[in-house]
Design a binder for this molecule. Structure first.
Ligand code: ATP
Length: 309
């Protein structure tokens, strides 16, 4: 049974259509990323799944529970880090987790959670003295208190520097290792590509692509770039006939772009047999998830996002 199912999910805010019919099935285990620009509907979607917002139409089931009908039962079994988590500045991380633990029937020891998120040394420091990355790790720790099967993180790394972001990625990867299901929203394409087992791209309240990063990249009609360095005078005609478009020279390399890199490489094999040239280097860049995103959304994510903190 899927851990999350949504069917025909619609959310309208005073005429603004934030979700326009979302159908999803998410199986247990692994990291699922919801990727999309600001305003795509990511927060609306996850907060409906958490039972914090009411859909205008459609159904949601989370671990067999309807979040609207049984919010209490759902709360025991999920962990949520909201986009802005209120952290009391005068409490310490350990006090914060103990207060949080009291809201649940079952909970993990605060010390062990702080260790897992790398905050043991700050366990007794006031929250107001924590860095941005440490606060974010505390927010994630708060979502782990009840040892939930499903964890939902809303933009857990927005605004963090690359080091702090990597720290959050390690925590998320560790949760996956422990068999948890993690649903996270992000507008960092690289994060989705590296961290997620499945990426659901949404734009203007609709799912526009869904699959593993590898599947999404393979399905896209993106362009690959091939750089070829040879000794001798290369006649590129057989490569051009195989679909390579010459893009001039970069240093010692002849640069080509193609939709069919495999055919170009096969043609290169023939060129090397038939022409008096020796291959000294070959480089290739396949389309990335970012290229797929651009193809589907039509604008770079930073531009679409307006601003990325
Ligand atoms: P962000 O990355 O900025 O958090 P998002 O993808 O999470 O964006 P949502 O916050 O779900 O997107 O917003 C989707 C749309 O719904 C936007 O047009 C937004 O302005 C609108 N919206 C969201 N919440 C409300 C609300 N409480 N009242 C009115 N409109 C809202």
């Amino acid at each position: 049974m899927p851990i999350i199912t949504t069917h025909g999910l619609i959310k309208t805010y005073n005429g603004v259509q934030a979700l326009r019919g979302i159908d999803l099935q998410i199986e247990a285990g692994g990291i699922v990323g919801i990727l999309g620009p600001n305003g795509a509907g990511k927060t609306t979607l996850v907060e409906i799944i958490e039972g914090l917002r009411t859909p205008t139409a459609g159904q949601v089931t989370v671990m067999g529970i309807d979040p609207q009908k049984s919010p209490g039962r759902l709360k025991e079994r999920i962990g949520a880090q909201l986009q802005t988590t209120a952290i009391s500045p005068e409490l310490t991380p350990i006090e914060t987790l103990r207060v949080f633990a009291s809201f649940y029937e079952k909970s993990l020891p605060a010390e062990s959670i702080l260790e897992r998120v790398g905050l043991s040394e700050k366990a007794r420091a006031r929250n107001r003295t924590l860095s941005g990355g440490q606060k974010q790790r505390l927010a994630i720790a708060m979502a782990m208190v009840n040892d939930p099967e499903l964890l939902i993180f809303d933009e857990p790394t927005t605004g963090l520097d690359p080091m702090a972001r990597r720290g959050v990625h390690e925590i998320v990867a560790d949760l996956r290792q422990r068999g948890k299901t993690i649903l996270l929203t992000t507008h960092y394409i690289e994060e989705a590509e590296k961290l997620c087992d499945r990426v659901i791209m949404i734009n203007q309240g609709q799912v526009i692509a869904d699959g593993t990063p590898f599947e999404l990249v393979s399905r896209a009609s993106g362009v690959s770039t091939v750089w070829i360095a040879v000794e001798g005078e290369l006649d590129p005609t057989p490569l051009v006939n195989a679909g390579a478009e010459p893009r001039g020279q970069e240093g010692d390399y002849l640069k080509f772009q193609t939709h069919n890199p495999a055919e170009v490489i096969i043609a290169l094999g023939e060129v090397l047999k038939q022409q008096a040239v020796t291959l000294t280097d070959l480089r290739m860049k396949r389309p990335s998830l970012e290229d797929v995103y651009l193809e589907l959304v039509g604008s770079p994510i930073d531009e679409a996002a307006g601003q990325v903190s």
